[in-house]
Design a protein around this ligand. Structure first.
Ligand SMILES: [Zn+2]
Length: 286
């Protein structure tokens, strides 16, 4: 049997014989699902910013030191608007099909909401980066969150030819009058809500209560987070989907060194795929 088919068969067996599945979804998964931050999703929606600033991908504009808050919020609003309105992708749906009968839990750094849109249960998702649908006081002077969704739509509709929203739409804290910030962990003073803590706790409980039972981790992205846990727990297995080396626009390449699993000793514990994720999932569903 070919080496690739062997890996597929091993994962099929693992899924069949494992009750608990932990899914770790990083950015690579969404890129593979079609949310291409370097491609059409970017060029179709940000032509005015591209012409003005030569941005080459969607992130550039989120960090750019704009002269005006009106322009910064115009960019941020459109950025999240694009994610909010992106269709539920086939790849995420297929992964859902693969695990829906299992006791699964999702931990994700993605804020594009694809897990929510494709049938995964909200109560089983821990979005560790927060929720862009809300704003908070930047300081913060108090712990309340404010709906950002409705404001996003107004900001997008009212962005002018200078790429700016009207001044009165720039969000200000209703208590202290200071700046507002996105409710994301990129914010220095991120407010941990009860809901956020609850999901975090569920995630922690999922890993501790299954410490001694067969558990499969499906990890999409190059982070090494689960390697150690899996090696320490005799009944745990890790299947990881990583970006092939040398791919242009390789997001994680500068942050995480790609790693392979060549030692045969670990082969049964950790299985790695550099093949396109959807192709592998299709094989697993067959
Ligand atoms: Zn405030």
């Amino acid at each position: 049997m070919e080496e690739y088919s062997k890996r597929i068969q091993s994962v099929k067996n693992l899924i069949e014989n494992t009750e608990h599945i932990l899914i770790a979804g990083g950015e690579y998964l969404s890129v593979e699902a079609g949310l291409d931050t370097y491609g059409e999703m970017f060029t179709d929606n940000f032509q005015d910013f591209i012409e003005r600033y030569n941005f080459t991908n969607m992130y550039n504009g989120t960090f750019y030191p704009y002269k005006d808050e009106e322009e910064r919020w115009a960019y941020l609003a459109r950025y999240f608007y694009v994610y909010m309105n992106f269709k539920a992708t086939g790849l995420y749906k297929k992964i859902h099909n693969l695990v829906e009968e299992k006791d699964y839990f999702v931990i994700t750094t993605n804020f594009d909401e694809q897990f929510y849109k494709t049938g995964f249960m909200k109560s089983r998702i821990y979005a560790s980066n927060g929720d862009f649908r809300y704003l908070q006081c930047k300081k913060p002077c108090h712990n309340e969150l404010y709906d950002f969704v409705e404001l996003i739509e107004r900001m997008v509709k009212q962005t002018d030819d200078e790429r700016k929203i009207p001044r009165q739409l720039v969000p200000k804290c209703p208590k202290c009058g200071g700046d507002m910030d996105l409710h994301l962990t990129t914010s220095k003073n991120f407010i941990k809500t009860a809901e956020f803590e609850k999901q975090h706790e569920k995630y922690a409980r999922f890993t501790t209560r299954n410490k001694d039972s067969k558990t499969l981790v499906l990890q999409f992205g190059n982070q090494k987070t689960f390697e150690k846990t899996v090696m320490e727990n005799p009944k745990w297995h890790l299947v990881r989907f990583v970006e092939p080396k040398g791919k242009i626009g390789n997001i994680g390449s500068s942050l995480f060194k790609s790693f392979r699993n060549k030692s045969s000793k670990n082969f049964d514990k950790i299985i790695t795929f550099e093949e396109p994720i959807e192709e592998v999932i299709d094989q697993l569903l067959r």
